[in-house]
Design a protein around this ligand. Structure first.
Ligand SMILES: [Zn+2]
Length: 342
């Protein structure tokens, strides 16, 4: 009951912030608790439709667009390990990262890449709703590893079906790290998140983001530890600011890692103002920091949001990355995620 009260109080805040007076309306009377914030984004985005019909794209002329985000909190214990307050913090951090205000910038921004750093992506996010769902499937128990990721999105497998996926970024928050089987099924690597791309926008059952609860912001914990169930190895991760989701939203809006979609050493992300990356970086590299590609030493943009460095270190998107997200998703006739702002 205590949780329910917290959720209702949080919902009330949302309604005030959107200046709407709609009553809260659950999707269906299903298991779990649901909060919902209706129609905020339609109102916010109305102003942008004519701007997007212009012949030439210029980010400086764009008014910000706002994308709705819906969280599915899947948990297996008595109560969720994630609260509405955690989600509120995550939304704040997501908006900071996309408006050029992520902390860390002051420390590192003017050293090398300030001229290509985007000051504002003009993309904002608003919380559309949260669904807390207890799963009773064995698949979700124990180490919280499940058979396949699409199960998280499937009601009959214990997951939670997508919420209005054409218009909403769906985020499924899972307990524990997420097994990364993308490129090598034998690699027992774990990640904090996984995302579909704009090219999945038509496959609505699949489209969306999986996020580990360990990737959510947490001001109290400096690091978090998890056990790799395959190797029993103890791993420490630094994710306390909540920048796993901004990274995944980057993928959702069409960005690759700096070394390209296949993570090949010195591969290319096809963005002009990002330098060649030798690899995905981790931890807290120190400046100046160069690595060789084609025999040539390049300064590495390890502070880019699409790298794997610690949360405190990655804080920026480049102007080229912002153009790529807009062009791929919202601008022009073939834009893949245009329905989200119509
Ligand atoms: Zn990634």
């Amino acid at each position: 009951m205590k949780l329910k009260k917290t959720i209702l109080a949080f919902s009330l805040l949302l309604i005030i912030s959107c200046q709407k007076e709609d009553e809260l309306s659950p999707l269906t009377p299903q298991e779990g608790t649901l909060i919902q914030n209706t129609n905020c984004t339609e109102k916010v985005n109305k102003q942008t439709s004519t701007d997007l019909a212009d012949a030439t794209f210029d980010i400086n002329k764009q008014k910000p667009i706002t994308l709705p985000v819906y969280f599915h909190i899947l948990y297996s214990g008595k109560t969720p390990t994630v609260t509405a307050k955690d989600i509120e913090l995550q939304m704040t951090e997501l908006n900071k990262c996309f408006s050029g205000k992520a902390t860390g910038a002051a420390k590192l921004a003017n050293v090398r890449f300030e001229n290509v750093r985007s000051k504002d992506t003009k993309i904002r996010f608003i919380l559309e709703g949260i669904r807390f769902k207890k799963t009773n499937s064995n698949v979700w128990s124990g180490l919280k590893i499940f058979k396949k990721y699409s199960d998280a999105k499937n009601e009959s497998e214990g997951g939670s079906r997508p919420y209005s996926p054409e218009k909403t970024i769906n985020v499924w928050v899972l307990e524990g790290m997420i097994l990364d089987k993308t490129y090598n099924p034998n690699d027992k690597a774990f990640t904090l998140g996984k995302s579909s791309s704009p090219f999945d926008a038509e496959n609505l059952d699949y489209d969306g983001i999986l996020l580990s609860n360990l990737g959510l912001p947490n001001a109290q914990e400096k690091t978090r530890t998890f056990i790799n169930p395959f190797t029993n190895e103890k791993k420490t991760i630094s994710a306390r600011l909540g920048r796993a989701l901004p990274h995944e939203v980057g993928h959702y809006l069409g960005l690759d890692h700096l070394l390209g979609p296949l993570d090949i050493p010195c591969g290319d992300d096809d963005i002009e103002d990002t330098p060649p990356a030798q690899k995905l970086h981790s931890g807290k590299p120190l400046l100046p920091f160069t690595e060789k590609c084609d025999g040539k030493a390049n300064f590495q943009m390890f502070m880019n949001m699409m790298d794997y460095t610690d949360d405190e270190i990655r804080y920026m998107f480049t102007k080229g990355q912002v153009n790529e997200m807009w062009k791929l998703c919202f601008y022009g006739t073939d834009a893949k995620r245009k329905k989200m702002i119509e």
